[in-house]
Design a protein around this ligand. Structure first.
Ligand code: DX5
Ligand code: ZN
Length: 215
């Protein structure tokens, strides 16, 4: 069964308490929290202080996706804020292995996110050291974009790499996930579906989460 991780980026920030209540009552598994610095991506969202509020609002796993340069400078702050999973972008990390070691030594699960143009083969030498690959299926920076179809080939390739080595790494798909394409994404080998607009802009977010969950 898929892990469903609604992205709070698409939530109504004037109604965060009720958005969190809805998620807590729903079948959502994780909170997906998108941190953007205006440098690695052309948008700015929120930082550790806001993650800490989400931490207080839920007992669910807080899955923090860092779209920032020099993530190593902030790993400890996100641990203190209550992140369970911390993902850094491969493209932002010249010393990726060091970042992974740091995240794990702080007691969090380590994720590596890759942009649409980054081949999955670039993950080969860290795959045994991480818990999650956050595969971007849109260019990072904004919610509400369309799924890039080539991602499906990348999911199949990565699934094969993981299974051949019997690794416990989860594949998370982030961007443009809809009720229409989610089943195809799961069939290609994904474990975790991030969904922003599909959940928060739907007439009945809880029902939408349930529909994603039972695919
Ligand atoms: C994009 C973020 C995503 C985004 C997904 O940079 O990483 O998590 O919020 O939003 P949707 O599901 O609307 O594409
Ligand atoms: Zn994300």
């Amino acid at each position: 069964m898929a892990i469903i991780a609604p992205s709070l980026l698409s939530a109504d920030f004037l109604k965060l308490q009720s958005e969190c209540n809805m998620l807590n009552e729903s079948e959502a598994d994780w909170y997906h929290l998108d941190v953007m610095d205006g440098r690695f991506v052309p948008n700015i969202s929120f930082g550790p202080m806001v993650v800490e509020f989400f931490r207080k609002a839920t007992g669910k796993t807080c899955d923090v996706h860092l779209m920032i340069e020099e993530p190593g400078k902030y790993a400890e702050a996100f641990k203190k804020a209550g992140a369970d999973i911390l993902s850094v972008h491969l493209e932002a990390c010249p010393h990726l292995h060091r970042n992974i070691q740091q995240i794990r030594s702080l007691g969090m699960q380590a994720g590596v996110a890759i942009n649409p143009h980054t081949p999955v083969g670039n993950l080969a030498d860290v795959l045994a050291d991480i818990d999650l690959v956050c595969m971007m299926s849109v260019n990072p920076g904004f919610g509400g974009q369309s799924f890039i179809p080539h991602t499906l080939d990348k999911i199949r390739q990565l699934r094969k790499m993981i299974d051949e080595r019997s690794l416990p790494v989860k594949i998370e798909i982030d961007g443009g996930v809809t009720l229409e394409n989610a089943k195809t994404i799961l069939d290609a080998g994904a474990d975790v579906l991030v969904a922003g607009n599909t959940v928060f802009k739907s007439a009945d977010p809880k029902a939408t989460i349930a529909a994603l969950k039972c695919l």
